[in-house]
Write a protein that binds this ligand. Structure first.
Ligand SMILES: [Zn+2]
Length: 1031
């Protein structure tokens, strides 16, 4: 399954299960991820115990010893991440068990199998869905979804990659951690794999109306729809085709996650047989992380599961190396036109891929990754100079770079939004650029900046999930995962090589880039008939299937439809699933260690938790007083201001300086509704960056240089940045459509929601396209300049710094000097009033086979006494109403309800084949609540509370500690009280909010559909978006 992870860290958070998002693995193909009711991080302080390492003899596990049926084979320290690594092997089955021992509150467990696909039916992917559809010990349909309400997991997921399937869970609560372990182990080793679940999750033929045997027969199925939706995203399709064609001869030649048109070749029997062979312990790898007792886990895994199996030779699942080509190949494919993109003649995409080396060659791959960064990233890189700066495209394709997670790794570079005439130019530039780079090599400052920046990124990504993602594919191919995490060693080896041989990278370019015939050129042209052709192929396939169908089988189709419906609606005994008790969740997070102070009249929040040597800086500039026109340009301003250099350093020099000392300086616009009264909002500009402690002084100096001396004079560069900005923006909508739909419907409810949509929603693309057309580049430049001079002042600033206790005093001097140099201006107004709007409906036309729907109603602000009960209700609606009806019965890939900090209550669906039906489902919520289908009793409320607590107590990355307090105004006290209120919500309170907010249609609601127009839905005319905004 495909999901996103490029999520927008602080604004939008993952939502409950299985919406498909971009893989967390860099440049990987579809993988599954959980997304459901949008989680909002809260202001919590986690026990951030200092990492520990116990070296050598004193470590508790020893090589050669046997622990609960596992022999300990390797014990090593990984100093870069403060970890001990312990590799064990099961005596009976040979299953490898990798334990990362760290004194950390969040513990993780995962099991994964090498699931090599041998066709494009999506077998491993459908199997992943079925595995989580009930097992011997837990014969409950979809324990995965059910457990979301009985656990406080911080992560619970299943993902299918091109050659593996992984089931990871994380929790900070040991009881919960063990519960989830039990469910996942039973799910993978003893799943029921029922035929009816296969029909529901995989594919089936069914009457459009299951009760009417005369109605049309159509294809249905969760994965069927999921993949149809996924490959309607040009980006995903092109990336998939690159993989299929550059590594064509084995597993990667297939669309492993499933091509909808191939799926109907798959039978239930194939799936059961595949499970028997591939989900065997000898073909599995188990990972464990954290501080909970390892031996308990080992004992459980051995006794309950592995000891019941014999060892098997698992070499059948290995993937061989690709045979190298003797000459380049070329592939042309077609994509969908992008209604939000540039004119159709400029919608071509082109990419070149070059096969590199085996994934298990860790040092080589590491160096090739650095080389790829040198070649493509930032304004000093040769490809950026030759391909992006001449401004004939919409910039790089998102997955440009080193692709490390296949058996053979490869490099790709691609451009989006290219005109037909320039496709050839791209190829010429590709060759010329490499040729030039192989002669000239790289400037030493550029090399240094890339090395430093990458090192900082790796060190900062020290959380368990990053470590697992970084390791899983390498491990799958029997690579040395421990050496791969000893990053300082990798860096120092490379630095030594560079010192000894100044031509080191030049030689690598010769070998892997210039003299490499294993090269694939792939072009994607828009085809305006793509959707019609898809429908035609589907109809042909359907016809073929129906022709082969006997009368008996027709009867079977009808019967199965009824059986499945009854099966979906049958009550289930979910009490067989473990559930936490109220005692397990009584404890809130402790108050984070922080000081509030005012320095040079700037309110400052300093958090000092142990942070492994990195200091994070967050500056919020109040921009509420900007005019509407200026506000509308704020996102563009954020995108370009750190990319154009300063009056002291041009943009190339400035980029080198920043990358060699600190993380990029990132600016984001923020519209924030008041959490206390819901009557006002403010607009801000958040600047974020971080650096290792020793570079904090430089970090402040470079931020100061940018804020005081930013330069936007180079209009050619500005033009290029604007074009890439619009291209990038328009392409995001397809993968995160539900978020954009919710923004679209919120925009119809309040003026703050409208502003958000105008700044970060679909409306923004339209606005910017129009704005750029109507204004000269000089006028745009001047407007952007004036924003900077109005905004960057000390009077409009609030700051949050996250650092370690021991560094606080040493950085204060640097910080104060930074503040002293900032200019002062008159203070802007702090807030604006929120206005409510008349109910309406908005449709955004997007050429996709499946839609995204949402409905938003105005509810109550975060601190209102009803908010917690509404949030509990949202969880009940998601689990008991929306998922069963919109997902299981109507075939949408995801659905849910949520209420956020903004006080708006949202319903949404994701990759949905039936928008009109879904909107009706949203509208009939109260009716459904009255039918008695839903028992709102103590247990239902308690489970929903757990689901809410998962979000409220979400572990926070070091850079985000106190971020809710700082950005949203949701302080620790607010979190603390809110959490207590969630725990105290009663059945009666839930019933009350149902009556209060759902009995009568809210006076202020909005509905939104993103997708193709449907005759079934009446939509308001599109209006001039900005005209209704008040200043
Ligand atoms: Zn899936």
């Amino acid at each position: 399954m495909l999901r996103r992870l490029n999520y927008i860290k602080s604004v939008q958070q993952p939502m409950a299960r299985v919406l498909h998002i971009k893989s967390p693995l860099q440049n990987s193909t579809p993988v599954e991820h959980i997304v459901s009711s949008a989680k909002v991080k809260t202001d919590i302080g986690i026990d951030r115990d200092i990492p520990y390492i116990i070296y050598g003899q004193n470590y508790r596990y020893k090589e050669g010893h046997v622990y609960q049926g596992f022999r300990c084979e390797r014990v090593e320290s990984i100093p870069d991440y403060g970890l001990m690594s312990c590799t064990l092997r099961h005596l009976g089955t040979g299953t490898e068990f990798w334990y990362l021992d760290r004194n950390h509150i969040e513990n993780s467990f995962s099991i994964h199998f090498r699931t090599t696909p041998f066709n494009s039916t999506g077998l491993p992917h459908i199997l992943e869905h079925l595995t989580l559809a009930g097992s011997k010990k837990y014969p409950v349909r979809d324990p995965f979804f059910k457990m979301r309400n009985r656990s406080v997991a911080t992560f619970m997921n299943a993902m299918t990659g091109p050659d593996y399937t992984i089931y990871p869970v994380s929790s900070m609560n040991e009881v919960d951690f063990r519960n989830l372990q039990m469910i996942y182990m039973d799910a993978v080793f003893r799943p029921n794999l029922l035929y009816l679940d296969f029909l529901q999750e995989g594919w089936r033929l069914e009457h459009k109306d299951v009760h009417d045997r005369n109605s049309d027969i159509v294809f249905k199925g969760v994965v069927y729809n999921e993949m149809m939706g996924a490959y309607a995203d040009n980006n995903i399709l092109l990336k998939q085709k690159m993989l299929n064609n550059i590594l064509p001869s084995h597993a990667y030649g297939h669309m492993g996650a499933g091509n909808a048109l191939e799926m109907p070749k798959l039978t239930h029997e194939d799936l059961v047989n595949y499970h028997r062979q591939y989900y065997h312990p000898s073909n599995a790898r188990i990972f464990c992380y954290g501080s909970f007792d390892l031996e308990k886990t080992l004992e459980f895994v051995d006794k309950e599961y592995l000891s019941h199996y014999d060892r098997m030779d698992s070499s059948f699942s290995c993937i061989p190396s690709e045979k190298r080509w003797s000459e380049p190949r070329r592939v042309c494919i077609q994509g969908r036109p992008d209604t939000m993109g540039p004119s159709i003649d400029r919608q071509n995409q082109i990419a070149i891929g070059l096969l590199l080396c085996d994934i298990t060659d860790i040092q080589e791959n590491f160096e090739l990754k650095i080389l790829a960064e040198l070649l493509i990233r930032g304004p000093n890189s040769p490809f950026y100079k030759s391909m992006v700066e001449p401004n004939f495209s919409g910039g790089y394709i998102r997955w440009t770079g080193h692709v490390p997670n296949r058996k053979d790794t490869y490099f790709t570079v691609g451009l989006q939004h290219v005109s037909e005439d320039d496709l050839e130019l791209f190829e010429e530039l590709f060759d010329n650029t490499l040729h030039k780079a192989s002669i000239e090599g790289f400037d030493s400052q550029h090399i240094e900046s890339v090395l430093c920046n990458y090192e900082l990124t790796l060190k900062q990504q020290s959380e368990c999930r990053h470590l697992l993602y970084k390791s899983i594919v390498l491990w799958n191919h029997d690579g040395d995962v421990v050496s791969n995490l000893r990053i300082s060693e990798l860096f120092s080896k490379l630095r030594n090589k560079l010192k000894d041989n100044p031509n080191y990278f030049k030689q690598k370019i010769e070998k892997y880039y210039i003299n490499n015939p294993h090269k694939l050129i792939i072009t994607m042209r828009p085809n305006e008939c793509q959707e019609i052709e898809r429908q035609l192929s589907e109809s042909k396939l359907l016809l073929k299937k129906l022709k082969e169908t006997s009368d008996e089988e027709f009867e079977q189709i009808y019967e199965n439809g009824l059986k499945l419906e009854a099966f979906q609606k049958a009550p289930q005994d979910i009490e067989v699933l473990p559930c936490l008790s109220i005692n397990d969740v009584q404890k809130p997070f402790p108050r984070p260690k922080m000081n509030e102070l005012t320095l040079r009249s700037v309110p400052t929040l300093i958090s000092h938790e142990p942070l492994a040597g990195i200091t994070y800086l967050n500056c919020m500039f109040n921009t509420t007083g900007l005019s509407l026109n200026d506000s509308m340009l704020l996102p563009l301003f954020c995108s370009v201001v750190s990319e154009m250099g300063t009056s002291n350093h041009d943009y190339r020099q400035f980029d080198n300086l920043v990358r060699s000392k600190m993380a990029r300086i990132v600016f984001t616009p923020k519209v924030v509704e008041s959490v206390t009264d819901g009557k006002s909002y403010h607009l801000g500009l958040l600047m974020k960056t971080y650096a290792v402690d020793k570079n904090v002084d430089l970090m402040f100096r470079l931020c100061e240089e940018l804020l005081l001396n930013f330069r936007l004079d180079d209009t050619d560069r500005l033009k290029m940045l604007i074009k890439n900005y619009i291209s990038k923006f328009s392409l995001n909508v397809r993968s995160n459509g539900h978020l954009y739909a919710m923004m679209g419907s919120s925009a119809l409810v309040t003026n703050a929601g409208r502003l958000k949509s105008l700044l970060t929603g679909v409306d923004h693309v339209d606005y910017m396209k129009k704005y750029v057309k109507e204004n000269s580049i000089e006028a745009i430049r001047d407007s952007l300049k004036s924003i900077g001079s109005k905004v960057f002042s000390r009077n409009n600033l609030r700051v949050a710094i996250n650092t370690s206790e021991k560094t606080v005093s040493s950085i204060l001097g640097n910080y104060e000097r930074f503040l002293t140099h900032l200019p002062t201006q008159h203070q802007m107004i702090n807030t604006k009033e929120i206005f409510l709007q008349e109910p309406s409906f908005r449709h955004y036309n997007l050429d996709m086979p499946l839609n995204f729907c949402s409905k938003t109603i105005f509810a109550v602000p975060y601190v209102h006494e009803d908010h917690a009960a509404l949030r509990v209700l949202a969880k009940i609606l998601t689990a008991k109403y929306l998922l069963p009806v919109v997902r299981e019965q109507n075939g949408a890939y995801g659905a849910g309800a949520k209420i956020g900090f903004d006080g708006l209550f949202n319903f949404f669906s994701y990759r949905d084949p039936h928008s009109a039906k879904t909107i009706e489902v949203f509208d009939k919520t109260y009716e459904w609540l009255q039918t008695g289908n839903c028992k709102i009793d103590q247990q239902a409320v308690f489970e929903a509370k757990l689901a809410v607590l998962q979000l409220v107590d979400w572990p926070i990355a070091p850079g985000e500690i106190n971020s809710d307090s700082f950005v949203l105004g949701a302080t620790y006290d607010i979190y603390f009280n809110y959490r207590a209120r969630v725990l105290a919500v009663t059945v009666n309170e839930v019933l009350n909010v149902i009556e209060k907010y759902f009995k009568n249609e809210s006076k202020h609601f909005g509905k939104c559909v993103i997708g193709r127009k449907s005759v079934e839905i009446e939509v308001d005319d599109e209006s001039d978006e900005t005209s209704e905004m008040s200043n």
